[in-house]
Design a protein around this ligand. Structure first.
Ligand SMILES: Nc1ncnc2c1ncn2[C@@H]1O[C@H](COP(=O)(O)OP(=O)(O)OP(=O)(O)O)[C@@H](O)[C@H]1O
Length: 684
């Protein structure tokens, strides 16, 4: 007997109160042990169009809906008595006649009963569902054949044909996800997804697996029920699953814009690799300590069993793992020169060498991004380095003037036993590359777009040069800390092994679409890999983001406070609210706006650079003022037009990262004159 659970079950289970959940768990475990359902008073749901629905009694009020066919038992839904029966009455579970994937189809006639015919009422979606008197139909060019090929159920063909842009999301909620996504992608790009081949077993279809998962044993069932709100723990998009399961002969990369589940893929992949080889040691690294801690927490969702694979999966920040490896190599921790030390040594060296015409900020940036990042050791190296991303054309004379300053700083730092992160990464890379035996069997790196050259070398040296040795996930559109450089040039060639995720799970369609306007539709990295961002779709919709400009910071604070207060009264928890500003110095402006609101201390207020990897139900991006975004000091330091372009681009990306942390609500505010980016953001 195949025992399966559907995402509709975990979602409904998640909505129940604690004691009911406990009772449901016990019943589901019983059912797994004894699929005949003895003791659960199984009986057929007779007012359903589908004769295979049965209900099981959990307690006086709660009913479990299961679907029995041949030798399969699918746990489909759970709810209070009437709700559970009503759900089953409005559903059929069947293989789609064209794609062959098992679908949970909402029966069309019943939906009409739920949303009765209205003549002209915008509060209830006017039937046909998704149609809208004010907008032209979106899919008239697609005939039944085309609609069936992407998995639109027969019941819904007529509705899709008349759906307008405004009404589409009302309709999408009734469609199987693969059909809704394919239609959204078509609306954005004019391209229709190519259907997957029809498998012999309808439950094995990739689109069926995203909503229905076979459960092999009690352990898997326990895992599936332990964290029902973490849907990703059980149900993956077919494109995510493919990247989790696939074996790559060399370094591989998953790309995709914000919220497409790159981190989720990396975590699943780490667990898959650790499970497959009981001896494998796996490293799962991310940009910062908080992000590494978040990875560790998510790992427990996939592998909650004690013992098991988790102890063999090391989660660490980039710096954290480098520090550990450094200690192993040298027996001491590295003494890292902070920026303040570097700034001071650079200023001293510049004065000693009588260097004129370069700002302190430029010297630090040139040191960090060129001299130190690439480990340059001579004027010859400096004269020929490509200065990728620092496109300014420093002539040979300027470089010759600058070099003695940098050389003096190197000497001073060495004498003081200081080192830098780039030196630590570079030194370790050189040492580890020579080792035949590696510390880890698989290295997975999240937020890889912000790896510097020395860091990339380090991770490449840490990973074995075998299949599935190195896996990187990241989004070029979110690169905010590093200048671009060629990965292939450093031996990490992911061409042919790079895949882009296109379904956004985090951010509503409205917010994502607005944020996407901040970036070009196609991003190309230095190795020529293209990231096409037009066909991205979000799986849910919500209110459009708001953009507001004010005459003073006081007026801005008042409006932000009003909006946040509104969110709180809607039931959004304070910890689900984030306020971001361009710099740390502006954080007090955000704090002042929420001062005195209930739970203000639980709200995140931070500079945008710390927003990466996080997510909130509601986000405010404040202080988007002219001079702040892009940041005047950075702009003033640009050596030429090309470098200015680069600064404008990274500043845009910072805003993109901050905005895409929002799931449902987003507000952008500034004091007039506001940041020029707000206009890009607001224009449709
Ligand atoms: N298959 C899935 N089912 C349900 N939710 C998912 C799925 N995949 C991802 N998510 C959710 O989508 C959100 C974004 O996922 P994740 O953080 O992995 O995206 P990301 O691509 O790494 O984002 P970013 O680039 O912005 O850091 C998370 O809340 C995650 O739980």
């Amino acid at each position: 007997m195949n025992f399966l659970i559907a995402d509709t079950f975990t979602a409904s289970f998640n909505r129940l109160a604690g004691p009911d959940q406990k009772a449901v768990k016990a019943s589901v475990f019983d059912l797994q042990m004894d699929p005949a359902g003895n003791g659960l008073q199984l009986h057929r749901v007779d007012n359903s169009k589908d004769p295979h629905f049965w209900s099981a009694r959990v307690n006086r009020d709660i009913r479990l809906i299961v679907h029995r066919t041949g030798d399969s038992l699918l746990v489909a839904y759970v709810g209070h008595h009437d709700d559970a029966y009503g759900w089953a009455a409005r559903r059929r579970i069947e293989a789609h006649p064209r794609t062959g994937a098992i679908q949970i189809v909402e029966v069309r006639e019943r939906v009409e009963e739920v949303a009765p015919q209205t003549t002209f009422d915008f509060t209830v979606p006017p039937p046909p569902v998704g149609g809208d008197a004010s907008g032209p139909p979106l899919f008239t060019a697609l005939d039944d054949n085309a609609l069936l090929s992407i998995g639109v159920p027969m019941d819904w063909l007529a509705d899709v044909r008349v759906a307008s842009e405004e009404g589409f999301f009302a309709l999408a909620a009734h469609l199987p996800a693969e059909a809704a996504e394919a239609l959204l992608e078509y609306a954005a790009t004019g391209r229709l997804a190519v259907p997957a081949p029809v498998p012999a077993d309808p439950f094995a279809h990739p689109d069926a697996l995203r909503r229905i998962r076979p459960i092999a044993d009690q352990e898997e069932l326990a895992q599936a029920l332990a964290f029902p709100w973490e849907k990703w723990g059980v149900f993956l998009h077919p494109s995510q699953r493919a990247l989790v399961e696939r074996s790559f002969s060399g370094p591989a990369r998953v790309a995709g814009s914000a919220g497409t589940g790159k981190t989720i893929v990396a975590i699943h992949r780490a667990v898959r690799l650790a499970r497959e080889n009981p001896k494998a040691r796996v490293l799962l690294a991310s940009f910062s300590e908080p992000l590494a801690a978040a990875l560790a927490k998510k790992l427990l969702v996939l592998a909650p069993e004690t013992g098991g694979v988790v102890p063999r999966i090391v989660t660490a920040s980039f710096h954290g793992i480098a520090e550990q490896m450094f200690q192993l190599e040298h027996g001491v921790r590295p003494r890292i020169a902070k920026d303040s030390v570097l700034r001071e040594r650079l200023a001293a060296a510049a004065e000693a060498q009588n260097l004129k015409g370069f700002t302190e900020r430029f010297l630090l940036s040139e040191w960090s991004n060129v001299i130190d990042a690439w480990g340059l050791e001579s004027l010859d190296d400096y004269a020929t380095v490509q200065r990728m991303g620092r496109k300014n054309r420093l002539g040979p004379n300027q470089r010759a003037h600058l070099w003695p300053v940098f050389q003096a700083v190197r000497t001073t730092l060495a004498a003081e036993r200081y080192t830098t992160w780039a030196e630590v990464f570079g030194g370790l890379a050189a040492a580890l590359a020579r080792r035949p035996s590696k510390h880890f069997d698989h290295v997975l790196v999240d937020e890889a777009q912000d790896l510097g050259p020395a860091e990339l070398r380090f991770f490449a040296a840490l990973a074995p040069a075998t299949a599935d040795g190195l896996f990187l996930s990241g989004d070029v559109g979110q690169r905010i800390f590093q200048h671009p450089f060629s990965w292939a040039g450093l031996g990490v060639d992911v061409r042919g092994r790079s895949h882009t995720l296109k379904v956004c799970y985090r951010t509503s369609q409205q917010i994502r679409r607005a944020a996407d306007r901040l970036l070009p539709t196609v991003l190309r990295d230095t190795d020529g890999l293209e990231d096409e961002r037009r066909g991205i779709v979000s799986v849910f919709d919500g209110p459009a983001p708001d953009v507001m400009a004010f005459g003073s910071t006081a007026a801005e604070a008042e409006a932000v406070r009003g909006t946040v207060d509104g969110w709180l009264s809607e039931g959004i928890e304070p910890r689900e609210i984030g306020l971001f500003v361009r710099t740390s110095a502006l954080v007090p402006r955000a704090r002042a706006a929420v001062a005195g609101l209930a739970g203000e201390e639980q709200m995140t207020t931070a500079p945008m650079s710390l927003a990466k990897g996080l997510e909130f139900r509601a986000v405010v991006v404040m202080a988007c003022d002219e001079g702040t975004l892009p940041l005047d000091e950075r702009v003033a330091d640009a050596a030429d037009e090309a470098e200015l372009d680069d600064i404008y681009e990274t500043e845009r990306r910072l805003l993109y990262v901050a905005c895409t942390r929002a799931r449902e609500h987003l507000l952008l505010t500034g004091v007039t004159p506001t940041s020029e980016y707000l206009a890009d953001f607001a224009h449709a």
